[in-house]
Design a binder for this molecule. Structure first.
Ligand SMILES: C[S@@+](CC[C@H](N)C(=O)[O-])C[C@H]1O[C@@H](n2cnc3c(N)ncnc32)[C@H](O)[C@@H]1O
Length: 277
């Protein structure tokens, strides 16, 4: 695993957040452990893991993935998607992630599942990709790009490392045009999030000469996803209040409540964006 140490202050804050044991316990015990992104639910009581897997399956359905495909996953989390892509399509997947803890678990799971010849894991930031030009056919990202304060750098880097006709696909939570500054601050205050408007992503893609293939709105899943996480966290907290610090629990509970509320009011959206070079 190579390391890229030129991190901005925001990058460092995000790394600290994802590398703390409270966050890790939350993602392992509440969010399913493999996938941290929002699920595509067929009904509100559906199993979280099934819904999260459906998000990945839906995104792959928009692409032509095969065993020759070189895929880069930006903000790859614990590597659940990389293992899915390697097992389903025998694709080569590079996982780029700023979190040391998640990378270590990703590597361990790849070894246990004998997938290390398909998947590599690198610590780094998506604003400064540690890969050479035209290295990939597909760049993929699930609910991660909203951490960047400089999305224009992310798009520049994606354009650089994608080969001719390469595809960029990502899911992301974004702001509704009507959102007030107060609500915007409320939604982003705890975890170094930098939510953008759809127009920003469209503009950045256009500047990099990407063509828009498809933008799909799945916003109704925000409220379901975050309500389900909240419910599960509350049950676990009642059983054992030592799983995370009280400070983490209190802030995370408020964040989940805020996101459910914002989802219900239409102040944020969750979309899948697909572009082609
Ligand atoms: C909400 S999690 C999503 C993880 C994964 N995509 C998934 O769906 O399970 C966001 C991920 O982005 C990573 N991340 C945040 N900022 C990053 C950056 N600047 N460069 C690389 N990874 C970053 C975090 O470490 C975390 O793994």
């Amino acid at each position: 695993m190579h390391e890229n140490r030129e991190f901005s202050d925001t990058n460092k804050q995000v790394q600290v957040y994802y590398d703390q044991s409270d966050t890790h316990n939350f993602y392992q015990k509440v969010s399913g452990g493999e996938h941290v992104h929002i699920g595509l639910f067929q009904h509100p009581n559906e199993d979280l893991e099934v819904a999260k897997k459906r998000t990945t399956e839906y995104m792959t359905s928009l692409l032509n993935i095969d065993d020759k495909c070189r895929i880069l996953d930006l903000g790859a989390g614990y590597g659940g998607t990389a293992r899915y892509l390697a097992k389903t399509y025998s694709s080569r997947v590079s996982c780029l992630n700023i979190s040391k803890m998640q990378n270590a678990i990703n590597l361990q799971r790849n070894q246990e599942q004998e997938l290390t010849s398909f998947i590599d894991v690198q610590e780094g930031t998506f604003e400064q990709l540690p890969y050479s030009n035209s290295s990939f056919d597909v760049i993929w990202s699930q609910d991660a790009i909203y951490h960047s304060t400089t999305p224009e750098k992310v798009f520049q880097e994606c354009s650089r490392v994608l080969g001719d006709e390469g595809e960029l696909i990502f899911s992301v939570v974004m702001l509704d045009d009507s959102i007030s500054t107060e609500n915007q601050q409320k939604l982003t205050q705890y975890y170094s999030l930098n939510l953008q408007y759809l127009q920003t992503y469209r503009h950045l893609a256009e500047e990099m000469n990407f063509c828009e293939s498809k933008i799909v709105d799945f916003s109704e899943n925000i409220q379901i996803n975050y309500s389900r996480l909240l419910e599960k966290m509350e049950v676990l907290q009642a059983e054992n209040n030592q799983l995370w610090s009280l400070d983490f629990y209190t802030k995370m509970k408020q964040r989940l409540l805020d996101w459910v509320d914002a989802g219900e009011k239409g102040l944020i959206h969750w979309k899948i964006l697909h572009f082609q070079k």
